[in-house]
Design a protein around this ligand. Structure first.
Ligand code: ADP
Length: 492
């Protein structure tokens, strides 16, 4: 079985969120099941291919877009786990040699690049060219696209004129297609003039294809036309078929529900494990938690907060967008800060209004709240380790990874019972002493406040809290089980 993944982010090369973590780990897990995996992704400016031992192929790929021929360079190398996963960086400087993955940094105005459809069409054309080039020996049985940036690849793969037949295998058909939805909120909607500019198949531009109210939706291209669909948790797979969470695509998803599978994301415990995490000031395990106390002190120092070992330190790491529920955090926390001995640290970037609101809380409560507006992988690990509680009250959450990381770091999460948060966290119950975190349902500041206070009370009941931490740390969300489900799907 040969599978080609097409994705716009792959850890550790490029990352803005959980998509990258999935692409950094799933291919290795599949290769351990015997799948031959290739991954095709852009070479952004931030990626130095030689640092990862990648080599530039002498011969560029030739692609054509709306009658114009152009050349695309490729770098080829192997994934972090060894030679089983082949990775191709698509090097098209005009498209990808700039700051930012999808748009300029917020400091430079933010927003999206105006030519995003074209940039990811080039990724798609390059993926198909790699798949078809006999010299590269990468012809897949399945093309597996991720999110709207892989929509063009999904569409190009349907072109009946592509020469898939090979000498000796004249009847060899086109690869099958699988599309994974990581977040329905990002739909890749563009003016329909891109159909001719990007060679999209005009015959599929209709409401059962990739048309969305007169526009092109590159997400819908994958959702409507791939042979199998997956999303990243079972509960999110059900939620997106309702009008409340369907972002206007619930009808399509209901119609395709027999093709839609919710497969929970796993965790790469080679990267997210406090016993071996070299990004931490001290390592620790469930049986030896002293290192976690050292991480807490170091984190308080790093955030300029008073070094108070017994004050519960809460943390969040997040893209600061509407989805993540920071409006609730801000209202609930302002009440909690009035009468609780608590500290809160946040690492995140995004919506300038949310950044400002959090900065204001820091100004009002300088000894209790501290924020860092940046993207910092090491600091994300140190927050997971140094915090006592992790706060993630999302409005919706396809899977969510930080809450699963926080389990392993002994940092019970406070989450809203939605999407993957609900699938991965069991609510703490003081009587039966079960559960791995704290959950609430209603999207209201009062519900978060009540649950946050319940978590703080539990923190002060040291014996109960330590038992909770140990239960959390014992949870296993490794990729092996989920990779097996993808393999079953490919086989089907
Ligand atoms: P999403 O994909 O919606 O952003 P997830 O919880 O699935 O949410 O994944 C987020 C990933 O991005 C995690 O690995 C998290 O640590 C990381 N992350 C988010 N914001 C930052 C940041 N400012 N600095 C470092 N890592 C971040």
């Amino acid at each position: 079985m040969r599978v080609m993944h097409v994705a716009s982010e792959v850890a550790p090369y490029s990352k803005s969120g959980g998509l990258a973590d999935v692409l950094g780990a799933l291919p290795d897990a599949l290769s351990r099941l015997g799948v031959e995996v290739t991954v095709v992704t852009p070479r952004y400016r931030s990626i130095d291919p030689t640092r990862f031992g990648f080599a530039r192929r002498l011969e560029p790929l030739r692609i054509s877009l709306a009658g114009h021929q152009s050349e695309v360079g490729i770098y080829e190398g192997f994934g972090s786990a060894g030679p089983k996963v082949r990775i191709f960086f698509v090097d098209h400087p005009e498209s990808f040699d700039r700051d930012g993955l999808y748009g300029p940094p917020v400091s430079a105005g933010g927003g999206d690049f105006s030519d995003n459809a074209r940039r990811f069409a080039i990724l798609g054309k390059a993926a198909l060219a790699i798949a078809l080039d006999p010299k590269l020996n990468a012809r897949p049985d399945v093309i597996h696209g991720h999110d709207w940036q892989a929509g063009p690849a999904m569409l190009y793969a349907l072109d009946p004129s592509l020469p898939w037949a090979e000498p000796g295998m004249p009847n060899r058909g086109a690869p099958k297609t699988v599309f994974t939805l990581h977040n329905l909120a990002y739909q890749g909607i563009f003016n329909s003039q891109i159909i001719s500019e990007l060679d999209l198949p005009g015959n599929l531009f209709h409401p059962d294809g990739y048309e969305y109210w007169g526009n092109v939706s590159l997400l819908k291209a994958g959702l409507a036309l791939a042979e199998r669909l997956t999303t990243v948790s079972p509960r999110y797979a059900r939620e997106i078929q309702t009008s409340e969470y369907g972002h206007g695509l619930d009808g399509l998803l209901r119609a395709r529900s027999s093709r839609l599978h919710g497969i929970l994301n796993g965790v790469d415990y080679r990267v997210w494990n406090p016993e071996i995490d070299s990004l931490l000031p001290a390592q620790y395990s469930a049986d030896a938690l002293a290192g976690k106390r050292a991480c807490k002190a170091a984190l308080q120092a790093e955030f300029g907060l008073p070094l108070r070992p017994d004050t519960p330190l809460c943390g969040s790491i997040s893209r600061l967008v509407e989805q993540k529920g920071f409006d609730l955090v801000i209202s609930a926390l302002s009440k909690i800060l009035a009468d609780e001995d608590v500290q809160y640290v946040v690492l995140g970037t995004g919506d300038p209004a949310l950044e400002r609101a959090l900065a204001e809380m820091q100004t009002v409560h300088p000894k209790k709240v501290s924020i860092r507006v940046k993207y910092d992988e090491g600091l994300a690990h140190r927050i997971e380790a140094g915090s006592d509680l992790f706060v993630m009250p999302s409005r919706f959450e396809p899977c969510g990874l930080n809450q699963i990381y926080s389990l392993r770091y002994g940092t019970p999460p406070i989450v809203r019972a939605v999407g993957g948060l609900d699938d991965t966290i069991v609510d703490f119950d003081a009587h039966s002493e079960t559960g791995t975190g704290f959950k609430f349902s209603e999207y209201t500041p009062a519900a978060l406040e009540e649950t946050w206070r319940r978590a703080l009370r539990t923190y002060r009941t040291v014996r109960q809290f330590t038992a909770l931490q140990k239960r959390a740390m014992a949870q296993d969300f490794s990729w092996a089980a989920s990779a097996k489900k993808y393999l079953d799907l490919y086989r089907s």
